[in-house]
Design a protein around this ligand. Sequence first.
Ligand SMILES: Cc1cc2nc3c(=O)[nH]c(=O)nc-3n(C[C@H](O)[C@H](O)[C@H](O)COP(=O)(O)OP(=O)(O)OC[C@H]3O[C@@H](n4cnc5c(N)ncnc54)[C@H](O)[C@@H]3O)c2cc1C
Length: 417
Amino acid sequence: MPVEKIQTLIIGGGQAGLAMSHRLSQRGLEHLVLERHRIAERWRSERWDGLRFQFPNWSVRLPDFPFPHADPDGFATPGEIVDFIRAYADFIVAPIRCGVDVTRLRRRAGASGFVAETSHGPIEADHVVVATGPYQRPAIPASLRDELDVFQAHASQYRNPAQLPEGAVLVVGSGASGAQIAEELLQSGRRVYLAVGQHRRMPRRYRGRDLIWWLDDMGLLQRPAEERGPERSLPLISGALGGNTIDFRRYAAEGVTLLGRLQAAHQGVVSFAPDLAKRLAYGDASYTIFLDMMDAHAEAHGLDMPADPAARAVWPDPHCLAEPLRRLDLGAAGIGAIIWATGYGFDFGWIDIPVLDSRGEPLHVNGVAAVPGLYFLGLQWLSRLNSSILSGVGDDAADLADHIRASCHHPKIAGEM
Ligand SMILES: Cc1cc2nc3c(=O)[nH]c(=O)nc-3n(C[C@H](O)[C@H](O)[C@H](O)COP(=O)(O)OP(=O)(O)OC[C@H]3O[C@@H](n4cnc5c(N)ncnc54)[C@H](O)[C@@H]3O)c2cc1C
């Protein structure tokens, strides 16, 4: 059987892989997209029902394809995002094969290019774009998980409150997922404990405009990767409940018990670091600094916007901050479930090419890997702040498509970094 050959192989049929397909089609370049499950699989099966897209409808777009909506200031459901991405695949007439898993990627022996071993046989390609997502594998601290004998789920497995056994819930992690799930559980009538880690809060709206309008107007969405600071926590924003500002002091006033970072677990008892005050102070300071930045921007550009003193109102210190719990007996507290909102790791073990660092992270410059012909797309800060965001991935895809086109005409360019 002759081995199938293609000029460019795109691995992953999410928003990034499809945007890449469109950019290659626009340049008349032959390609094929492989997706191991279905188009937009992670929006279908790794997001919870109450999640809302974090960006307002007016700002949501894929290249040449705006998000259809009736309410510009609304926030889409995961189902609406799936429909949008599927419609995009139809719009661009993507050459995609679903149900094909790439199990190994290696270099072609004795020649340039690659061989992708798949569940449906090998495919050879001159160029490969890896678009398998910024959030690939749920990260749960196994040493803590294994000590605890209650229902446990990662945020990517959480669907809704009814899925959980009765009783109180411990949510571990205070990124956008943990914060939103904790609020949703509280609203459903659950008693909620939330272990808070390092976080950066941002206002949902300020002075009459949504945060995304500000980030765009201030040029921050396009901020280049070289200007990324040492801070690694993602900003805390939510489109749920009509889009509100996440404020853990408000959560506490509404009944959530805030805790420090989860440190240890033993025989059903968990303990927490004495760092809750520090974590909240950091989150509050980042919030205030951002308000100041927006004010400075408005002033510098003579923007006529209403004042917004309510945004600077501070909820009082909650009781759980004055006397933070250091230990919690899950049984005694009636906790029947733990949600691990502890983030994600990479899962590039199938790439059998020396292009990963010691932590398993890809070595690349703006998505162009150190191995000629290999590319990554859709990763956090690939080239800019908005690289892993639905509305931002198309710009990176265009840059990579230009690089591929140039190397098709001048094969040596692929090797120049
Ligand atoms: C909880 C949560 C909320 C988010 N909310 C927003 C938001 O509101 N707005 C926003 O812009 N971004 C958001 N993001 C970030 C980002 O938009 C999503 O993670 C999005 O799914 C990334 O799209 P992608 O195409 O880069 O990757 P993915 O959606 O992860 O798609 C990658 C695809 O590759 C496939 N795949 C993986 N490995 C292989 C293989 N070996 N062979 C074949 N196929 C493979 C997978 O099945 C998957 O379908 C959110 C992320 C999370 C986790």
